[in-house]
Design a protein around this ligand. Structure first.
Ligand SMILES: Cc1cc2nc3c(=O)[nH]c(=O)nc-3n(C[C@H](O)[C@H](O)[C@H](O)COP(=O)(O)OP(=O)(O)OC[C@H]3O[C@@H](n4cnc5c(N)ncnc54)[C@H](O)[C@@H]3O)c2cc1C
Length: 196
C-alpha cells in the first residue's frame, strides 16, 4: 500500500509576474482546502535557493510526500523542483506543476475569472499528484537509426535532414518509385517549376 498523500502546495508569486494579477493569497487559501493538502504557502520566488530550502524543510518537518508548485511552465522549472524533492529524500516524480503564469496571469485580464482558472489549475495538479506513483529512470540500448515510411516529398526531405545529422536512415516506399504525388505533377504552383 502506498502512503496516504501529504501534499504541500506552493503558489509562487514570481515577483509581480503572477502576484501582480493573480490573487495568490486567495489561491493559496483555496489550495489549503483541497483533499490531502497539509500546507499551502505563497513564496515570492519558489525557484530561488530560499524557496527550495523551505520546501525541503517542509518535507522533513511536516512529513510531506507530494509537492505541487503553482508557478511557471514545467519546461522551465520542473527539473529544478524534481531535484529539490530528490535532495530532500523524496522520489522526484512525486511532483506536479501548475502553470498559473503562462496559463493565467500572462494571458488573461485580471479578475475573478482568472483567479478561478488559477484555482482550477492548482486543484487539477493536487488531484493528479495524489495519484502519482514512484518512478525510477532506467536506460535501454537503442538502435541509432531512423525508419521513414513513405517516400513522398515529405519523406524524402525528412530522410535528407536526418541523414545530414549523421544518423542512418531507412526510407520505405510501397510503390515502385519514390516521389509520391509530386512525381505525378508536371508544373507546380506557385513557381510552375517541374516538380521532379
Ligand atoms: C492534383 C494535385 C495537385 C497539386 N498541386 C500542387 C502544386 O501545384 N504545388 C504544391 O506545392 N503542391 C501541390 N500539390 C500538393 C503536393 O503534391 C502534396 O502536398 C505533396 O505531394 C505531399 O507530399 P507527401 O510526401 O506528404 O505525401 P505524398 O506525396 O502523398 O507521399 C506519400 C508517399 O508515402 C507512400 N506511402 C503511403 N503509405 C505507405 C505505407 N504504408 N508504406 C510505404 N509507403 C507508403 C505513398 O506511396 C507515397 O509515395 C498537389 C496535389 C495534388 C493531388
Amino acid at each position: 500500500m502506498e502512503e496516504k498523500p501529504r501534499i504541500g502546495v506552493y503558489v509562487c508569486q514570481c515577483g509581480s509576474n503572477i502576484a501582480g494579477t493573480v490573487d495568490t493569497e486567495a489561491v493559496r487559501a483555496f489550495a489549503e482546502t483541497l483533499p490531502g493538502v497539509i500546507l499551502a504557502r505563497s513564496p515570492r520566488y519558489t525557484c530561488s535557493d530560499d524557496g527550495q530550502t523551505d520546501i525541503m524543510a517542509d518535507i522533513e518537518e511536516k512529513g510531506l510526500n507530494r509537492v505541487v508548485v503553482a508557478a511557471c511552465s514545467p519546461r522551465m522549472h520542473e527539473p529544478t523542483f524534481r531535484r529539490t524533492l530528490e535532495a530532500a529524500g523524496l522520489n522526484p516524480y512525486y511532483f506536479e506543476m501548475a502553470n498559473i503564469r503562462e496559463h493565467a496571469s500572462w494571458v488573461h485580464e485580471p479578475g475573478e475569472a482568472m483567479n478561478r482558472k488559477a484555482k482550477d489549475l492548482v486543484a487539477a495538479a493536487v488531484y493528479r499528484v495524489a495519484c502519482h506513483r514512484e518512478l525510477f529512470p532506467r536506460q535501454s540500448p537503442v538502435t541509432p537509426a531512423v525508419l521513414i515510411v513513405g517516400g513522398g516529398i515529405a519523406g524524402i526531405q525528412a530522410a535528407l535532414d536526418v541523414a545530414d545529422t549523421g544518423y542512418q536512415v531507412y526510407l520505405v516506399e510501397r510503390d515502385p518509385s519514390i516521389g509520391g504525388h509530386m512525381a505525378q505533377l508536371d508544373k507546380t504552383f506557385p513557381t510552375l517549376d517541374c516538380s521532379t
